[in-house]
Write a protein that binds this ligand. Structure first.
Ligand code: BF8
Length: 614
């Protein structure tokens, strides 16, 4: 696609060549918190070592990092808020088209939070659960609800450190306050509040989004689907849903099956209506319905360049502002649907779950069908491959022993006896600054070859899927121990756990491993780590920091956003470990990332006195 079209129509790949990153900004030492600057604060140059207000590079780098955490946490949590509001409206019968799908999970979750379920209707339980979780956003004192799902030891550590989130919105607002001119100047204090803010994301907003979406739309179970641009169909109306909140896409899935829509498609010369996803919306509807994935973050412009997309329907996050420009060279309509996110040049059809949401979905599908006749030249790459997705925490429990004997015992035993070295979450974005997609693939191949079970989400999962790493056959390139386990269970060596908010599933899986026994008492004991090899979004920084605050070390690729300050970087790479027992690292090449991750897993194995893995 790139060779064929991007000479005519610039893409992110072309723009990345022209727009070189600013080295001061990339190192985190550009201070834009007031207008006496912007100041470039440089540790090594005496005359530039402080900003006009006297800020040091260490505090500027910490503040920039902390603001990335706050923005990332805000994005995930605002998504979580939309989900709770819809969840409550659905339970009250005020959201046409939506109702509880997984009442087993509803009851289990409610019971775990002390909400009475016996003799109660699902709707009544859902209202109690939704109201409790909605409070977590605006709560001023106390602790957010899901903190109590973490291992006991971890909760105690957080309480001792004073970083248990009180309320999701409160921590994010306080982070913005602390980082404004003349407030918190102590880099360590700033980074610890960033940890509290990140925890409000991982164990708050993101976890709320994941759990309530499962109850409302169904908890994912393993399924087979297809991935890559080849999923677009030449003879059908192609609708791509892109962004993050799966609320409207859940309705579009139903609407494209309506006989009137199919008839309208045929009247307009198409053989049917084909729905595909991009970015995390893709992961959401893949996990629950097996809807094919057209691609990840860097595919959004390329999908339009096929000339085969009648409508690209977007909501929030990771939607490139370039889309209407690219679409103007084709017949594709870009349709924005969230009142929070409009793009000049796009058509806006507002989606609101209370105001006739099904009609909005129908209008979108109708527009796409009518646009089929406007197609010009079509150029769909032939490539698409199979993948297996749907590994929610509940599905992982199930595949390890069925409904009655399910649990994490087989996985823990495989780690204890050294068939599996440990578990690494390879997550996050694609980035045109590096060898896009390939860094993920090289890293994952290296890890599975060394008997590391890989859990993946977000665009990382899509990268792995395109390289055929999400099928059981990929076990052929795994190390002998991991291969044996995968063959016994019939699972791939890389498990797709969902969208970026579903990194909360990794926290739950890790906690389940601790509870199962034999691997220590805290998340900081189990041989587990995280990596975002091609990150670009602030959301990745929030995720990484809640992993680190939860005791799980994290490697970033591409670049690290605090390197302009030795003090701040050393705190994140070394000193924070004394506090949270997690830490950050940076590596440029996938081999180097794998080396660091494996050394961390081996250190933890050694501390647990587990067998050495060659
Ligand atoms: O939230 S991995 S590019 S799509 S930020 Fe965005 Fe990054 Fe993709 Fe999903 Ni996550």
């Amino acid at each position: 696609m790139l060779e064929k079209v991007t000479e005519r129509i610039p893409s992110a790949f072309e723009r990345a060549k022209v727009m070189r990153p600013c080295s001061i900004g990339a190192a985190g030492i550009c201070c834009r918190f007031c207008f006496m600057g912007p100041c470039r604060v440089m540790e090594d140059r005496e005359e530039l070592s402080r900003g006009v207000c006297g800020a040091t590079a260490a505090s500027v780098a910490a503040k920039n990092f902390a603001r990335m955490v706050a923005a990332g946490a805000a994005a995930h949590s605002d998504h979580g808020r939309e989900v709770v509001l819809l969840f409550l409206a659905a339970a009250q019968g005020k959201a046409p088209g939506f109702s509880v799908k997984d009442n087993r999970k509803l009851r289990a979750l409610a019971q775990s939070m002390g909400i009475a379920t016996e003799g109660k209707e699902d709707e009544e339980i859902a209202i109690a659960l939704g109201e409790r979780l909605l409070q977590d956003f605006g709560q001023q004192e106390g602790e957010i609800t899901f903190i109590r799902r973490a291992p006991q030891k971890r909760q105690e550590l957080w309480r001792k450190m004073g970083i248990v989130p009180r309320g999701i919105d409160r921590e994010i607002v306080e982070m913005l306050h602390r980082t404004s001119i003349g407030v918190d100047q102590d880099p360590h204090n700033i980074l610890l509040h960033a940890a509290r803010t990140a925890l409000a994301d991982g164990w708050g907003g993101s976890m709320i989004a994941t759990e309530l979406q499962d109850i409302l739309f169904g908890t994912p179970e393993p399924l087979i689907a297809k991935v890559d641009l080849g999923v677009l169909k030449e003879d059908q109306v192609n609708i791509i849903v892109h962004g993050h909140e799966p609320l409207l896409p859940e309705l579009i899935i139903k609407v494209i099956e309506e006989p009137e829509m199919l008839a309208l498609a045929r009247e307009n010369g198409a053989m049917g209506i084909n729905l595909a996803g991009i970015c995390c919306t893709a992961n959401e509807i893949l996990m629950r319905h097996g809807i094919p994935i057209a691609g990840s973050f860097l595919h959004q412009e390329l999908a339009i360049m096929t000339g085969a997309v009648e409508a690209m329907v977007v909501d929030v996050q990771c939607v490139m502002p370039s889309l209407p420009t690219v679409a103007s060279c084709f017949h594709t309509e870009i349709i924005t649907t969230s009142d929070k996110a409009k793009i000049p040049g796009a058509v806006h059809i507002s989606f609101n779950h209370r105001e006739n949401p099904e009609e909005a979905a129908r209008e979108i599908v109708r527009r796409a069908i009518l646009n089929f006749r406007n197609r010009g030249e079509v150029n769909i790459p032939k490539h698409s491959v199979d993948l297996v997705a749907g590994f929610s925490h509940e599905a992982v429990v199930y595949i390890q022993g069925g409904r009655y004997r399910g649990g994490y015992r087989p996985l823990n035993d495989a780690i204890i006896d050294g068939r599996i070295r440990g578990v690494v979450g390879v997550v996050g974005c694609n980035n045109p600054r590096v060898d896009a997609w390939e860094v993920h693939v090289a890293l994952i191949k290296e890890l599975i070859a060394k008997d590391v079970l890989v859990l993946t989400t977000g665009c990382g999962a899509i990268s792995a899927a395109r390289a055929e790493l999400l099928v059981p056959e990929a076990a052929e390139i795994a190390g002998p121990g991991l291969r044996e386990v995968c063959e016994a269970v019939g699972m791939p060596p890389v498990l797709h756990m969902g969208a970026c908010v579903d990194n909360s599933r990794l926290l739950i899986a890790g906690t389940a491993m601790v509870r199962e026994g034999g691997l220590g008492e805290d998340l900081s004991d189990i041989p587990a780590a995280g990596c975002a090899p091609e990150w670009m979004s602030e959301k990745a920084v929030a995720i990484g920091h809640y992993f680190v605050a939860s005791g799980i070390p994290v490697v970033f690729g591409v670049g690290f956003p605090t390197t302009g300050s030795r003090e701040t970087t050393e705190f994140l790479f070394r000193d924070i470990e004394r506090l949270t027992k997690g830490k950050w690292a940076f590596a440029r090449e996938p081999e180097e990332m794998a080396k660091i991750l494996i050394s961390w897993l081996d250190e933890r194995r050694k501390a647990l006195k587990l067998k050495e893995v060659k």
